[in-house]
Write a protein that binds this ligand. Sequence first.
Ligand SMILES: C[S@@+](CC[C@H](N)C(=O)[O-])C[C@H]1O[C@@H](n2cnc3c(N)ncnc32)[C@H](O)[C@@H]1O
Length: 249
Amino acid sequence: MTAQRGTTPQGTATEEQAARYVRGMFGQVAGQYDLLNHLLSFQVDRYWRNTTVRRVEHILRRPGMKVMDLCCGTGDLLLALEQKASEQTLVLGSDFCHPMLVAAAAKSGQRNAFTPLFEGDGLQLPLADKSLDLVTVAFGFRNFANYRRGLKELRRVLKPGGMLAILEFSTPPNPLIRGVYGFYSRRILPTIGGLVSGSKEAYTYLPESVRKFPGAESLAAEMEGAGYTRVKFERMTFGVVALHTGLSG
Ligand SMILES: C[S@@+](CC[C@H](N)C(=O)[O-])C[C@H]1O[C@@H](n2cnc3c(N)ncnc32)[C@H](O)[C@@H]1O
């Protein structure tokens, strides 16, 4: 399905259609996802995730904390979180794409504590209000069918003072870097991604979804609008990605 003009960031008429489209697309590329991630980012993706873990490490180390990596995909951030978490910290992984969770299950669970994985949509999580101390979302939030609803849902499941950390592609502020990155992501990335994964559409969707995603300042404003406090962001790699953090209130 090619995204048409519509009401969701994916261009579909309804949020259900957007979710089905995104889930199907990630399901197609789950097998080659890690290889392509590391290849297309020249391995810099590891640095982005490790930086994210460093920013939330104080929460991971505190015994009794409950942490969820939402949109965990094949589990790279989940694994990095697990490695820094105390054994008394509950780390959960969630995604709405089953083949991605299967890949994550093969990787996580390497510490002496159980890491439950569950299928869940970030817009409608099967979790009680105020149940988590930290939610991380790496490269998943951009795919939500409704950003405002997603922010509200994540605030719902966070305890008062709990932290949301969103690692996501962004728009480099420097026009020269933006031009070079734009050329790479629109021309080179879909070709390599298409050849390796067999789904050119998925790797054409990627730069398109980044282009449509709000810039770092706008996302910070959205977070504040949804009730998060102490919202801040840090750009990495010339602003190709940004890490936003905020407290649930
Ligand atoms: C680009 S992958 C990122 C995976 C992983 N976090 C990483 O850093 O590599 C995006 C993931 O978000 C998931 N996703 C997208 N929208 C979602 C939603 N509304 N609820 C749950 N998962 C979602 C997709 O299924 C996919 O596995």
